[in-house]
Design a protein around this ligand. Structure first.
Ligand code: IVH
Length: 670
């Protein structure tokens, strides 16, 4: 080989190793050591070499995560060692019975157990040969799964190449793919902002993402993984579960940090007690703990019963469902005119929260589940952000229950309701519908959009009621006088409001596009549009073809944009906004370093001013990082109400604790 070729190979492999290290620190350890810009710099160097010398590209290169083509269907995959199921226990007595049986079978006491969380995600098996990820598959029926290698390669916490050389020649790693809760909330918020139905829960969304035929779509989903065991292998593996997981961590896999060795059953009970209280704090759903015999040889001696090993069991957390009466069904009209039915419930306590209403998604959901007014229904919050009616208790019916049909007229403006072909949603098409106006205004002033502080739900309703604001452009015509005409409006608040409104004029072009509330145009699409069309006139002149050239814009989004810009009312509003001085062209973002560069934050308790996802993305935007656990590397702990154990830990480590207000103060300091 010529020395030039060798040099290129050496340099690119060095860059790959460097990227692997930083991917590991960021995606597995949640402890990045370099800035995004530095990371991008290294990645770009590697991309440049690989594009100049395509022969130097390797299968396991970090540039090749989204490599595979769109496929029509997944190939079948046979698991050499089946993926087993777990037996369940639901209370302490059942756990004790399980343990007694094991001690008898093993003839040893006490047995050392290994405790893990039971992640509520999608089981997968990952095959490595000579340290390279070669195949990934779903569980399927335990023996026959589907080959989803190209999709799994896009998950950044799955190593494409392992660290070091201490691994068997070939082996399968088993784990659970999850959709982090904060990212799920953002995804759903974005969907709702685009006028789409929110997804039901993180687990279904993870499963749905992995079944996508186009790997680039999967790559856009922030999936993550926890590995918890080994399937088939050729060669040597460690002798206990604890050591196996330590070894998997060492070679680059993401293993959950909350696993714990239990020397006896008491310690298993303590682990359960801790997590039954704390699992809601985690950024992923868990529905119980898994108790495993630690010693691998002992497991073999204890054996399996059918599809379930006797040496492990899942101790489930108490279910988060409640039963109550459905007293009525109401209908909300959203910003894009979509009608969403919701259940009016007899108040009921569910995991400490009083629930009075729950979503019913759409007419199909009600029809398919045969939900009737007057029914006793079970409701849940398991993994769901919003409570949901699961099913009616059919046996408890008296015959007085009544079915439900969407109204033919909008409950807000009496305009006829339509349901378009192949859509689950019913829609009010009246652009001036007051309900739509109310939602659109709320969207317009929200964070991410025009970010107008101090304009909340109540004030918007007041604006509409008093005729001060009918549409989004009217906000910029508000004056001190008009504001002071409102009930209980103080001089000081009016001044503050006008200042926030004036400040919003500096919001970037992408935020303005997002704030218009165009169907299907969420933050990400707005950003793409702003990057591809330098100003609003170019965007106004866009055609179907030019829109389709924008990556991420397809027929549906393209049509929604064209429809929006064709509407006379919208054009008038746009012109008025332009006249008010909003930013309608792409300005280069300021080159100054973000103000929180390098600062590390942890968050605990429930927040008042915004949700956790919003706070986290704000910190990240300013260059800070988020820690899921308290350790010496954390600079500040932000404190919500009912804080968890992070507070005690932070106090132990003398980490500075900030209230939400103190954090906001910190932001406003230069
Ligand atoms: S061990 C024989 N460990 O639960 C051992 N499974 O009902 C079987 N799961 O499909 C798996 N967290 O996907 C194990 N810490 C954990 C787990 C876990 C979640 C899932 C797994 C499996 C299902 C078994």
């Amino acid at each position: 080989m010529s020395s030039d070729r060798e040099n290129i190979q050496k340099t690119s492999e060095k860059l790959r190793d460097l990227i692997r290290i930083h991917d590991f620190l960021y995606y597995v350890e949640d402890n990045p050591k370099i800035s995004d810009a530095e990371y991008d710099g290294i990645m770009n160097q590697l991309r440049k070499i690989e594009s100049d010398f395509p022969w130097s590209i390797t299968e396991d290169s970090p540039t090749q995560r989204v490599g595979g083509k769109r496929s029509e269907r997944f190939a079948s995959f046979t698991h050499l060692i089946p993926l087993l199921s777990l037996s369940n226990v639901f209370n302490n007595q059942e756990l004790v019975n399980w343990h007694n049986r094991i001690e008898k079978l093993a003839g040893i006491t006490p047995i050392t157990y290994y405790c893990e969380l039971k992640y509520d995600g999608v089981a997968v098996s990952l095959t490595y040969e000579n340290g390279i990820f070669v195949k990934g598959a779903t569980r399927g029926d335990g023996v026959q799964g589907e080959d989803i290698t190209t999709n799994l390669r896009t998950i950044k916490s799955i190593p494409l190449k392992l660290v070091g050389d201490s691994f068997p020649e070939s082996f399968d790693v088993r784990g659970e793919v999850i959709f982090p809760k904060d990212k799920f909330e953002i995804l759903n918020k974005d969907r709702v902002a685009r006028g789409e139905d929110p997804y039901a829960n993180p687990r279904n969304t993870a499963a749905g993402s992995l079944r996508q035929m186009d790997p680039s779509v999967v790559a856009s989903r922030p999936l993550d993984i926890f590995v918890y065991g080994i399937g088939a292998f050729q060669g040597q593996i460690p002798s206990t579960q604890e050591k196996i997981l330590e070894w998997l961590t060492d070679v680059g896999f993401k293993v959950n940090p909350n696993n714990k060795l239990a020397k006896d059953l008491d310690q298993v009970e303590n682990y359960f007690d801790e997590w039954v209280d704390r699992h809601q704090e985690l950024n992923y759903d868990c529905d119980g703990i898994v108790v495993k015999v630690n010693d691998i040889d002992l497991r073999d001696a204890i054996g399996s019963l059918g599809r379930e090993p006797r040496w492990a069991t899942a101790y489930k957390f108490p279910s988060k469902t409640a039963v109550t009466r459905l007293v009525g069904i109401g209908v909300n009209v959203g910003r894009t005119g979509v009608l969403t039915p919701y259940a009016k419930l007899e108040p009921v306590n569910l995991t400490g929260v009083t629930i009075k209403s729950a979503t019913l998604h759409n007419q199909d959901y009600i029809t398919d589940n045969d939900i009737r007014v007057g029914d006793l229904v079970s409701i849940t919050r398991a993994g769901d952000v919003i409570p949901r009616v699961v099913e009616p208790l059919v046996d408890a019916r008296t015959g007085n229950e009544t079915g439900f049909n969407m109204p033919n007229e909008c409950p807000s403006c009496n305009y006829p309701i339509v349901r378009e072909d192949n859509e689950s949603a019913h829609r009010c098409l009246n652009l001036n519908c007051p309900s739509r106006g109310n939602h659109l205004l709320r969207h317009f002033v929200s964070r991410g959009a025009m970010d107008i502080d101090g304009v909340g739900e109540n004030l918007i309703s007041q604006f509409i009621k008093e005729g001060l604001v009918e549409n989004i452009a009217d906000i910029y015509d508000l004056t001190n006088e008009k504001l002071l005409s409102l009930d209980r409006m103080q001089e000081k608040s009016a001044t503050n409001l006008l200042e926030s409104i004036a400040r919003s004029k500096d919001r970037p072009f992408e935020a303005v596009i997002y704030s218009l509330g165009i169907r299907h145009v969420g933050l990400e699409t707005a950003r793409l549009l702003a990057n591809n069309f330098s100003n609003v006139d170019v965007l106004l002149a866009a055609t179907r073809e030019t829109l389709l050239e924008v990556p991420g814009v397809g027929e549906v989004v393209g049509k929604a944009i064209l429809d929006w810009f064709e509407d006379e009312n919208n054009l008038e509003i746009l012109n008025r906004l332009r006249g008010s001085g909003l930013t309608f062209n792409k300005t280069e973002s300021s080159p100054t370093e973000p103000s929180m560069q390098g600062t590390r934050f942890a968050i605990t308790g429930s927040l008042q001013s915004m949700n956790r996802a919003q706070l986290e993305s704000m910190i990240r935007e300013l260059g800070g990082t988020i820690a899921n656990n308290i350790s010496g590397s954390v600079d500040y702990l932000i404190l919500g109400s009912s804080p968890g154990s992070k507070l005690t830990k932070a106090e132990e480590l003398s980490i500075k604790v900030l209230t939400e207000a103190e954090f906001m103060d910190m932001l406003s300091k230069p």
